[in-house]
Design a protein around this ligand. Sequence first.
Ligand SMILES: [Zn+2]
Ligand SMILES: [Zn+2]
Length: 206
Amino acid sequence: MAAAALEQAYPGIAFRWRSRNWWARLTRVPPECVHLEHDFSWMATYAPDTLYLQGAAAVQRRPARPEVSLCRTCLTGELETELARYRGRVLAFEPDGNAFSQYFFVGAPDFAAAGLRPEVAEAIVSRLQQPFGTCQGCNSEAHWLWIPRVQVESLDDLGSIATAKGQALCPAHGAQQLCEAFTAVSEANLMYVNVPYGDAGAYLWI
Ligand SMILES: [Zn+2]
Ligand SMILES: [Zn+2]
């Protein structure tokens, strides 16, 4: 990967020189932000434009930005901008900070391809079709429904998906809520984080 492509995709992030050299490219080690050199207690593999459907990669935006490893500050910086810009609808499930290893968005048309059980997909789609009302933070139109873990502990809990009250949020406050959830987790090694695409979908964790 040319350094120019990397800088163009992530203009605000400084990457470690060593993680961009020929050996890193050859071994497909994703470039790392400079902060991971000294502190890797919190890191995430960020592949904003790629959706992994049961192992197969489906690019959602072209050119797809390269996969990179980011510290929490760099990741939340990217996410705040990306999420605030997305105008679609999001049902976001709060992850279990002690147990999650991926946090990713799946567009509603891809629920089945991503391996969601039909009943779960149906329950989420039905929530996405209901009005969210106005943002709790600023009263503007809500595009997000943030579902705290106390309301839905796992996707097996179909009844709760249908009835969870959730928190209605605008894109900016939805972004802020997600980043706060990441910030509340003191150590993490997330293998996959992406950003929303399409018209509507869900942020899920495993
Ligand atoms: Zn960083
Ligand atoms: Zn708001």
